[in-house]
Ligand binder design. Sequence first.
Ligand SMILES: [Zn+2]
Length: 279
Amino acid sequence: MWTDTHCHLDAAEFDADRDAVIARARAAGVMQIVLPAVSRENFDAVRQLAHVHGFAYALGIHPMCVDRAREDDLPALREALAAHRGDARLVAVGEIGLDHFVPGLDLARQALFYAAQLKLAREFDLPVILHVRKSADTLLKHLRATPVRGGIAHAFNGSEQQAQAFIGLGFKLGFGGAMTYPRALQIRRLAAALPLDAIVLETDAPDIPPQWLYRSAEDRASGHGQSGRNEPGELPRIAQTLAALRGLPLDVLADATSTNARAALPGLAVLPMHAGAAP
Ligand SMILES: [Zn+2]
């Protein structure tokens, strides 16, 4: 049984066939999925999806959504965390963090929202799900100033030293579709070499398609496969890359990474696998 620790199931890309996507994930053995929010506008959507389908969710404001967030979105997040603090399916504050890769984002505003959300994670004693893109050292500096109870550095693509620093602060590192590309040498090196208990699996669906779903802009323009959409049912096949890199049987990897997910997000450990409505 697999755990997808990061999936945007509420994304519009799934509007046409969300139930089929979920059914395929379950059929593939993906029994738990964590749905991070990205902005105030989707707090209700991730919570409702988690409840209807028996998954887990996180509430937070994504660094790439900060520019269009309003000043009162932080108090609104605090209110939502307070309103649902007794909800067993709320397992983290996320997705929060810093994006120093995409040009044109307001870095000072990102830092302000990130720091404020770390404080909320402390206040509500929740782990965090971090977006890390060319920003690991700054994220770590904030974490040292405002320690939280760990969490996940998602889609990790930093150095070994940065990985060890996150691990030292109680974090697991999320690996997914990016490691299926043979040219992703640094990610594959880390996935092979880090302690197994530091690794969790994720799809980040509908984003980060694995190699076999990737379509270049030229492919899409010429009508050869219109979508590079990723989905949670791809997780076991993505995991085959990690199993091969580490020389581990798939079932051992499924158990270990699901155990790691429960260690990173302790709320997962007490969740029933699915709600009444789910198959
Ligand atoms: Zn994400």
